[in-house]
Design a protein around this ligand. Structure first.
Ligand code: DGL
Length: 286
């Protein structure tokens, strides 16, 4: 079997890279839904429908386990799919099937506490303010505020929606234009907090592609919680605890896109270190 990785577009490549580094012998199939990106301004039902169809496509490609390398899909669609869709998928396939998100590992990294941990071990240096940059849909869901308040009510979470940023990155926008947008959002968040956050999260996987612009705009030394490595650790732990999922052994990589024409993206190519390696897939419909 292979591990599926799903995102609305190129953002999930930042997660894929960390997964591959952590599990080099595993087989991976990546699906980017460029035909419908960005997801962050869509309504909830559309995000659920597109995420479900993307996962169905990856199951059909031979994946039993899928990582949603997309905060928006994880925030809006994951619980719905786990509760009302995956049980039927398992029955129909007669095989294990699961979908994992990236918000749980991020919150575990931010709070120093495992998701189901009822204990009171305190992380070495807990932030008192945590800044989150994310899409409009993720911020509107308040998932980071709600879940962190359950675990670490002493951490004040401030979220900043960056509505146009994923679209610009997906379109391969000019770095100067991107830097101006990033700075505007960083300044807005810092003004709202009344100072720099102790730590920040790039809570949209597209933003990792321009992480250096966030580092440049944030006050020097502001640490970022690194979603890709948090997700890779969580996946390795999940596989160790669930031997029914076979991650494969030949280290194969496939990359599918719903819109091959969208892939002339110098920004993503610079991040990736060469031409994007996608082959066409069917178009998803919400
Ligand atoms: N990369 C995605 C995320 O992490 C989605 C961005 C979008 O399509 O708006 O939220």
């Amino acid at each position: 079997m292979a591990i599926g990785v799903f995102d609305s577009g190129v953002g999930g490549l930042s997660i894929h890279r960390a997964l591959v580094a952590r599990l080099p012998e595993a087989d991976f199939v990546y699906l980017g839904d460029q035909a419908n990106a960005p997801y962050g301004g869509r309504d909830g039902e559309a995000i659920v429908g597109l995420t479900r169809d993307g996962c169905a496509r990856l199951f059909a490609e031979g994946c039993d386990l899928i990582v949603l390398a997309c905060n928006t899909a994880s925030a809006i669609a994951l619980r719905r799919l786990q509760q009302s869709w995956l049980p039927a998928v398992r029955r129909t396939r007669g095989r294990p099937a699961n979908v994992l998100g990236i918000i749980v590992p991020t919150i575990e990294a931010a709070t120093g506490r495992r998701w189901r941990d009822e204990g009171c071990a305190v992380a070495a240096a807990l932030p008192s303010t945590l800044g989150i940059f994310a899409t409009r849909a993720t911020v509107a869901s308040r998932v980071f505020e709600i879940e962190i308040a359950k675990r670490r009510p002493e951490v004040a979470v401030f979220s900043e929606a960056c509505p146009d940023l994923a679209r610009m990155i997906e379109a391969g926008a000019d770095r100067g234009a991107l830097a101006a947008v990033v700075r505007r959002h960083v300044d807005a968040l810092v003004a709202r907090i009344g100072g720099p956050p102790d730590r920040a999260v790039l809570g949209c996987t597209h933003y990792e592609i321009v992480a250096e612009l966030f580092h440049a705009a944030l006050p020097p030394g502001t640490p970022l919680i690194h979603q890709p490595s948090a997700t890779a650790t969580a996946l390795a732990d999940y596989l160790a605890a669930h031997p029914e999922y076979d991650p494969g052994t030949v280290g194969s990589r496939r990359f599918l896109t719903t819109d091959p024409a969208a892939l002339r993206n110098g920004l993503a190519e610079a991040f990736w270190g060469g031409p994007l390696p996608f082959e066409p897939s069917v178009v998803l419909t919400a």
